[in-house]
Write a protein that binds this ligand. Sequence first.
Ligand SMILES: NC(=O)c1ccc[n+]([C@@H]2O[C@H](COP(=O)([O-])OP(=O)(O)OC[C@H]3O[C@@H](n4cnc5c(N)ncnc54)[C@H](O)[C@@H]3O)[C@@H](O)[C@H]2O)c1
Ligand SMILES: [Zn+2]
Length: 395
Amino acid sequence: FESKTEKGISWTVVSPIVFTYKVTESRGLLDPSNDTLLLGHITDSQQLEDLKKSTEPIKRFVVIDQEVYKIYGAKLTEYLETNNVLYKILALPTTEENKSMEMVLNIVEEVNSFSLDRRTEPIIAIGGGVCLDIVGLAASLYRRRTPYIRVPTTLLAYIDASIGAKTGVNFANCKNKLGAYIPPVASFLDLSFIKTVPRRHISNGLAEMLKMALMKHRGLFEILEEQGHMLLDTKFQADNSAYGNNCLQTASQATYIAITTMLEELAPNLWEDDLNRLVDFGHLISPALEMKVLPSLLHGEAVNIDMSYMVYVSKESGYLTEEEKQRIINCMVELELPVWHEACTMELIQRSLQDRLKHSGGLVRMPLPMGLGQSIFNETSCEILHRAHEKWCDE
Ligand SMILES: NC(=O)c1ccc[n+]([C@@H]2O[C@H](COP(=O)([O-])OP(=O)(O)OC[C@H]3O[C@@H](n4cnc5c(N)ncnc54)[C@H](O)[C@@H]3O)[C@@H](O)[C@H]2O)c1
Ligand SMILES: [Zn+2]
């Protein structure tokens, strides 16, 4: 709409943008008879029918984590060949240290020479959170917004990095400093990828699951507390003689709760305009910690150290009993996650919370666990932060 002043005319543009995307679980994504990976993102039934009838080959550009390619590359190639796809597979060392603009440019150059139809040929990303974040940003930049599909292959990516809208790379020694809020057209989740994930990376994913449990789901906390070790041993796979026959059911239940609670938080706040974000739990101090000691801590490990400290803050603030605090820390240890780190100093904590401090006059507003499975946005004083840090280090 238009308004006039003495200085001239001013136009105000209001442009509501709606994103619709699907997060779909599908077993056997690389089974040649499963067409989810190629067609699962299409929502228009007429378009889907036309495509299925067409004799034109489908064209797809696939970026895959190099390590994942070593394990699943042959299967992926067979899948694309059998389905008569015109394809290019780009296998890249998508590690945290390589999570940079350079790799984004590398990808868009390859995409450019492959020449995709920007409307109908989504880029497919297959890998852990690092790969999905880099490819998502590359796709969002290429021709201003090329659709992309996420296929998570780690537990962390399965329950977290693949279901929201955020993409990004590290920049100026800061985590995810360059990025966009552009969701994929679809995420396809296949739990069977997790069976080859190294044990330490299963723990890593369990940390993000524990985050959702502590913030809003007591039932999930109890599953992790009682069965977390089993999930770690069985890697979220089918029944195992040592544990009887409920392994897969428990694994599905845990991932289901983690995903639904996460989506509930993300969907109404896709661009994170609202600062009261439960999903920030574990993510206020950890970005600086993770970058400071890179590559020694994995993302989820840094998140867990942050959460562990916050549990002490919560206890000092009167939101957790000593027993609840102990149960949470024990659960973390049982999940084989680190609960303390020498690099997590008071100075680093204060520096990380600086932004939040600046806007709130000495009090830091942040999510804290209150009991097991509930949370509160608390205004914490510096004195409590200090006291909690001292106790945390002592214990
Ligand atoms: N976009 C988001 O909303 C969001 C959310 C959470 C985390 N993240 C980002 O995700 C990243 C962490 O993701 P990650 O933990 O998946 O790490 P990652 O992508 O580095 O993968 C972990 C390791 O596992 C290997 N791997 C992946 N899949 C495998 C498989 N199926 N079998 C064997 N090995 C496999 C990889 O090669 C890598 O060495 C961080 O950079 C973090 O910032 C993003
Ligand atoms: Zn995270």
